[in-house]
Design a protein around this ligand. Structure first.
Ligand SMILES: *[C@@H]1O[C@H](CO)[C@@H](O)[C@H](O)[C@H]1NC(C)=O
Length: 338
């Protein structure tokens, strides 16, 4: 269009020149006499520059994209499946926001969030879709008989058993997703499974430690079992025992946050799951004893000398003032999600 315009300008301008064939000669190369006005030459030069630029850009487009950068593309990384049981309480959203934003820092991660409820709740559904994570939303209500009774301390009954088992079922192709990615990993998927409760604190480094797990990998957990940390004792790169103050003779005295299992191993042992009736402190063992011999545990985190996950507990918020205001009909707006 620009060229057409310029020719039109030429026609209008070179009126004094012979009318045929066309005033192209005004543009033609060196040696040609040109009485045309200097603006015409300038316009021609501008056109030439633009043509040049266009062909440069076209050449750029034809060039293949630059080679992918090192290290390996995210596609080649094993996927980390993070299984998180969660239940409704005042701090639930705060905990899940904190955890989801930690998980956002980790490439190739798939979050399996399992609610202790009949079905998906709006709070969790909304949080998941806003998280930007690859996720699968699951829900299963803990049977009444297993539920913690009012006033019972948390350690009496293992929590989150049904929910973790539900996620294992989904991984094994038995479905049940209520949101997010519905299809389980296709056969042969390289991956690792980690049980991450929603109240702990996780370093992003932890996830790279577990990513290349072959069987079951282990590492220390901070602020647990009444100790600064609990964890495997390692000699010459092998697990030879456990640092723990409590029942050290359990088959696997490891915390839920202290191990990860290779996905192919979990799929190869379809009966491996958590046992809700396991005695106190034996829940982890109830899964792991199906999967691995203690001597074959793979120590991570610099031979278990680095703490990269902490058993933090969020204090239960006191709602005295809220209850007082509610009695006066002036409670915080229930339409605002907290
Ligand atoms: C762990 O210990 C083994 C054996 O002593 C050693 O070869 C290896 O380099 C250690 N790994 C790390 C990450 O410190």
């Amino acid at each position: 269009r620009g060229r057409f315009l310029a020719l039109w300008v030429a026609e209008q301008t070179c009126v004094s020149l012979p009318p045929t064939p066309f005033p192209y000669w005004c543009f033609l190369g060196p040696g040609q006499p040109c009485d045309c006005l200097p603006p015409l030459r300038a316009a021609a030069e501008q056109l030439r520059q633009k043509d040049l630029r266009i062909s440069e850009l076209q050449a750029d487009l034809r060039r293949p994209p630059p080679a992918p950068a090192q290290p390996p593309e995210p596609e080649a990384l094993p996927t980390i499946y993070v299984i998180t049981p969660t239940y409704a309480r005042l701090v639930q959203k705060a905990e899940l926001v904190r955890l989801s934003q930690t998980l956002s820092l980790v490439p190739r991660l798939h979050w399996l969030l399992v609610e202790d409820s009949d079905g998906p709740t709006p709070l969790v559904s909304g949080l998941l879709s806003a998280s930007g994570l690859l996720f699968t939303h699951l829900a299963v209500l803990t049977p009444k008989a297993q539920r913690l009774r009012e006033g019972e301390p948390g350690w009496v009954r293992p929590r989150g058993v049904e929910q973790r088992n539900k996620a294992l079922e989904w991984l094994r192709g038995r479905g049940g997703a209520v949101g997010g990615e519905k299809d389980p990993p296709p056969p042969g998927t390289q991956g690792v499974v980690y049980f991450a409760d929603d109240d702990n604190t996780y370093s992003r480094e932890l996830f790279e430690e577990m990513r290349w797990t072959r069987g079951v990998s282990v590492w220390p957990v901070g602020l647990v079992g009444g100790l600064r940390f609990e964890g495997p004792r390692v000699q010459d790169g092998r697990v030879v025992g456990f640092h723990t103050a409590w029942e050290p003779n359990r088959p696997f005295p490891v915390d839920m946050a202290g191990f990860a299992v290779a996905l192919p191993l979990l799929l190869a042992k379809p009966s491996a799951q958590f046992d809700a009736t396991a005695p106190r402190g034996h829940l982890e063992s109830s899964l792991l004893s199906h999967l691995v011999d203690p001597k074959d545990l793979e120590p991570r985190a610099a031979n278990c000398t680095r703490v990269l996950v902490w058993h933090t507990r969020t204090e239960k918020p006191k709602m005295k003032q809220e209850e007082q205001l509610q009695r006066q009909g002036r409670g915080s707006d229930p339409a605002i999600e907290v």
